[in-house]
Design a protein around this ligand. Sequence first.
Ligand code: DC
Length: 229
Amino acid sequence: MARRIVIAIDGPSGSGKSTVGRRLAERLGYRYLDTGATYRVAALRAEELSIDIDDEDKLARVCSDMEILFVQDGNEIKTFCNGKDVSEAIRKPEISSLASEISTKKAVRDILVEMQRRMGAEGGVVAEGRDIGTVVFSGAELKFFLDATPEERGKRRFNELMEKGIRVSLEETIAEMRRRDQRDRRRELAPLRKAEDTLVIDSTHMTIDEVVEKMFKEARRRISQGGDC
Ligand code: DC
């Protein structure tokens, strides 16, 4: 039987990580782990409970009390928190921004990183986020860093939100993307950066299929290199 490795995909928002990560996982018969969703759920809970985001003790309690489940539903992966479907609520722009803010807090990261490690512990997983190859699964057998220009990423996010019926302006989406990027790259804890052994893919001029194909070939090569386990 082929061994089941851990594949890390890091990169800024809008680089296409989620779409390609999901498709890559499907082609390999792997699970897909969206670590950004865990920060989004924490942000949603903090908002619902009106937690002051500078109160790390309360934030830690909120994170410890969350039971997050990812459930495949047809072509979609639904996110549940404590039994409630939060898939749509966590994608709202204000939650994106709040997730980026609370992800700078040590108490939050300590708990969520542990949760993510448990979710991927058995291998056979494509995990996507900002610090997967550098922190969460620093020993991952295969690491990608997916990038694209801020304008292209802003356009993609804008189209995604419009499709979901969330009305925003293109300019504001690009501006918000840049703000979030800066925070994610400049924060003290586990900032977005390239792991040394990562393969960088710039998706600005590539289709989703092309990116998935490139990753799939790399994954097959890496899986066959390692022998059985
Ligand atoms: O990937 P995303 O846009 O759903 O992530 C939302 C926020 O969560 C992002 O702005 C930064 C944070 N995040 C993180 O700090 N580490 C991760 N591994 C994933 C996301």
